[in-house]
Ligand binder design. Structure first.
Ligand code: HEM
Length: 410
């Protein structure tokens, strides 16, 4: 290690980070916008909007690739690197990325989402029906976990009733630090899911349906059909991207609304307010706290000398609380405008599922507030012990005045 770099103690997987990520970034921003930490074999961390923005928009210098390319080891987008195969399209750079996004963007676009919204409503109503007469719910286990999982499976074309396996796998992966038995179990489950996906791909080639799996088996990129392992990789990224992130967003919003019931009635009737509320929840809680890049050439970021082969953690969470860009960044202002948060990423890898996530959020939050308008959180809430990847909750028990089932059609 050289001495010309500011060194801090930073570990996004630590208990200190989980206790108060904003405090960690506040301190860091005051000392140095970009700093080095020795955690996980060493990496840079960015704490300002401008440094996150600059690096995210420069794929040539800040690579998302995984694996050995030329003489350089690329570590992909998470620190520490996961022992999974390269994930498409998140672990490739432009220009290789572009054709993937060209075929994926419409498959996740507003038209597809509009068609799925009635399904999301049905799924949310079904979940609430299971508990509505009891007056008790665990907002994570009974709602925020199943609905995004089932919605993602529906889009992909996998059996919706298999949601518990997917939910367990992707929650387990992000909620537990690498090296723990829970994390190892999650990797095992994801391995099993990848096997199921390959079987489904083999089935879709001769038997097309109206789903993402079919589209990916038929589409041509650069004049050729995608190979099974490529389709499988895109599906795994989609499952990982779609399941736990939206769960965390919904859970944090329900915690906030427990403390601020004054916004509840308006959220049920005012779509524009729901939309700005969703953006503020995304900004403040930053469900995905950050992603990593590998530096491909010596450069400078925030006045710091980055070397070829270094890794950088681009913190969306830090950027989202930068006082240079957001007035009163540590206050939640439900109708904040403008709100140029970075929670879906910036640049060529910007989240392809953002429209889907926003739609799921609005459906689920509205349904809770409509059918359980007086809910209060009960004892027993458990937050992830590791929030550096996804800022989520394991458990969120609540009570409400019991109601009647809505019984949506199966
Ligand atoms: C609140 C919910 C969500 C958040 C906060 C979130 C966040 C992100 C972020 C920050 C990225 C950028 C990665 C990077 O720059 O390296 C990303 C990419 C991605 N997300 Fe999301 N996401 C959410 C929901 C979803 C959903 C619902 C899906 C699909 C069902 C999805 C699928 C993806 C995929 C496939 C990528 C990779 C895109 C690419 O590499 O070009 N995400 N997401």
């Amino acid at each position: 290690m050289t001495t010309d770099r500011p060194v801090i103690e930073f570990d996004h997987l630590s208990a200190r980070y989980a206790a108060d990520p904003l405090e960690v970034y506040r301190e860091m921003r005051e000392r140095c916008p970009v700093a080095w930490t020795d955690a996980h074999d060493g990496f840079w961390v960015t704490s300002t909007y401008s440094s996150v923005f600059a690096a995210s928009r420069d794929d040539e210098t800040y690579s998302s690739k995984k694996g050995r390319h030329g003489d350089l080891d690329h570590t992909g987008v998470v620190i520490p690197s996961e022992p999974t195969l390269r994930l498409l399209p998140i672990e490739v750079d432009p220009p290789e990325l572009r054709p993937f996004r060209k075929v994926m963007n419409p498959a996740f676009g507003p038209k597809v989402v509009a068609r799925l919204v009635p399904e999301f409503e049905r799924l949310a109503a079904w979940c609430l029906d299971q508990v509505i007469e009891s007056g008790e719910i665990d907002f994570v286990e009974d709602l925020a976990s199943p609905v995004p999982a089932m919605a993602t499976l529906l889009l992909v074309g996998l059996p919706v009733e298999d949601w518990p396996r997917h939910s367990r796998a992707f929650h387990g992966l992000v909620a537990n630090a690498p090296g723990t038995p829970e994390h190892a179990e999650a990797l095992e489950l994801i391995h099993g899911i990848a096997g199921t996906v390959l079987t489904e791909i083999a089935d879709r080639r001769p038997h097309p349906r109206d789903d993402l799996l079919t589209m990916l088996t038929q589409v041509e990129i650069d004049g050729r059909r995608l190979e099974d392992h490529e389709v499988g990789s895109i599906i795994t990224t989609t499952l990982g991207g779609g399941i736990d992130t939206t769960t965390a967003l919904i859970a944090n919003a329900l915690v906030y609304l427990d403390e601020h019931p004054e916004h509840r009635a308006r959220l049920v009737t005012d779509d524009a307010f729901m939309s700005s509320f969703c953006e503020e929840m995304l900004r403040y809680f930053s469900p995905v706290q950050g992603f990593a890049r590998t530096v491909t050439k010596d450069t400078e970021l925030g006045g710091c000398p980055l070397r070829r082969g270094d890794r950088v953690f681009l913190s969306w969470a830090a950027a989202n609380h930068d006082p240079e860009v957001f007035d009163e960044p540590e206050q939640i202002i439900p109708d904040r405008f403008p709100n140029r948060h970075t929670s879906f990423g910036i640049g060529s890898h910007r989240c392809v599922g953002s429209t889907l996530a926003r739609a799921e959020f609005a459906v689920v939050v509205r349904e809770v507030l409509r059918r359980m308008p007086d809910y209060t959180l009960a004892d027993g809430a458990v937050r992830y012990s590791n929030v550096g990847t996804v800022n989520g909750w394991h458990r969120l028990p609540a009570r409400f005045t019991p109601g009647e089932p809505a019984r949506p059609e199966a």
